[in-house]
Design a protein around this ligand. Sequence first.
Ligand code: B12
Length: 221
Amino acid sequence: MQLFKEMAKAVIEGDEEQAVLLAKETLTKGVDPTEAIEKGFSEGMKEVGRRFEKLEIYLPEVIISADAMVAGVEIFREHLLAKGGEISPKTVLLGTIQGDVHDIGKNIVRIMLESNGFRVYDLGRDVPVVQFIEKVKELNPDLIGVSALMTTTMVHMPKLIEALQENGLRDKVKVMLGGAPVLPEWAKQIGADGYGESAMEAVRVAKRLVGLEGRGKGDET
Ligand code: B12
């Protein structure tokens, strides 16, 4: 769809104003916001990642693109949240693992979970394992969603699972992992309950793990 291509372009060019305009246009045209985020803005951010890897662009450009994406997604937020509350509320504790400040994907996952009726406690980014543990004790969530965008921070994910075990909490809460470098095989290997490769998938996996409908691709553990 041409509109999705323009959305991707706005993110690649770091054009915040255009990203906002296009998000509004999407809503006016009745296009599904979820699809627009995945096929428009996210595709743009993937291209930004590729260019960054090839050293065609540098960090400041990535930051500008990230800002454009965040501004565009924000337009959809309210619209999507209005859909929330369709299912009985289950609680998800969400955060990007320690050492990692990437939170765009995690924030999209939050919006998607909330718009599907989940109550989400977002611990933000760079969240130490010990903070996850404290919050599990305090809030008794049904599910923990953990995001990592770097191979160097993924290594803290097994530490979280171990810490849950050590604190006698592992049987009380499900664990779902995600983020670009995370693979379903790895999630299974470290003893997580599920994996989601996208925000849409995160909702399906979360529903299955808390005993609601749906079944995800990577969560046959
Ligand atoms: C944007 C970006 C940034 C922004 C982040 C802004 C922000 N607020 O998040 C800024 C500029 C700050 C940044 C900084 C850095 N970055 Co950076 N960054 C990226 C980039 C280009 C895009 C990431 C992104 O937002 N993608 C778009 C979102 C929508 O996709 P996503 O995050 O994958 O999320 C989707 C799914 O994965 C899934 N998902 C995500 N989380 C979860 C959680 C759950 C539970 C589930 C089920 C699903 C799920 O759903 C989401 C939506 O569908 C990537 C490139 C890439 N290929 O990923 C590099 C990248 C991740 N960065 C990288 C690096 C190295 C850095 C820096 C260290 C750079 C530096 N030299 O300082 C710093 C990191 C500092 C730190 N300590 O964290 C590397 C990581 C390499 C590695 N070791 O693995 C990458 C891969 C680029 C590269 N090829 O070198 N970065």
